[in-house]
Write a protein that binds this ligand. Sequence first.
Ligand code: SAH
Length: 186
Amino acid sequence: MIKDSEFITSNEVPGPTKEEIRCLLLCKSEVSSEDIVVDIGCGTGGIATEFAKRAKKVIAIDKNPKAIKLTLENLQKHDVDKKVELIENDGVLAVKSIENIDIAIIGGSGGDLDQILETVSSKLNQNGRIIINAILADTKVQAVNKLKELGYKPNIIEANISKGKIIERGIMMIAENPIAIIYSKL
Ligand code: SAH
C-alpha cells in the first residue's frame, strides 16, 4: 500500500483517497492482473496509482486538467504511468469511448451519477464490478437506487476510520470523514 504522504498533493485538487479506503477498494473490487479498470474522477491519482500496480490497465478520467496533470505526476513517481491512459473529459463522454470495463470506480460524478452509471453499465464485461465512493448522504442513496434500477444487487458499507496519534498522555484517536463504498457485481 502507498502511504498518503507518498503522494504529491495540491490544494486545487481533491485527494488522495485515504490509504485505509484504498485498501478496502482493492479488496472489495477483487482486482487482478487481468483487469481493465476505469477510474472516473481520478483527482490526485490515489486510486489510479494503487490499481495500476495490480491491474492490467487503468484508464483515469477527470474533467479538471489540473487533476490529470497531478495524476500523471503521481503515476510517474510510483513508476506505473505506462499502465495508465489519462483522459481529460467529462466522465459520461469519456466512458462512451471505452469498451470492455472490468472494474469501474466512481470517485467523482459532479451531479452526473445516473448517466455515468448507465453508460458504465452498458460497457461492463461479464463479472464486471462497479464501485462508488460517496461522501454525500444524497450520493449514497442515489447510487444504491440507480444500481438497483439497472438490475444490480448493490452492497453498501460505510468506513469510519480514526487514526491514533501518540501524545504525551496516551493515544488520541482522530476521526476522518465517513465514506461509503457502494459496490456491485452483475
Ligand atoms: N479518488 C481520487 C480523488 C477523487 S476527487 C484520489 O484518490 O486522488 C473527485 C474528482 O472527480 C475531482 O478531481 C473532480 O474534478 C472529478 N469529477 C467530478 N465530477 C466529474 C465528472 N462528471 N467527470 C469527470 N470528473 C469528475
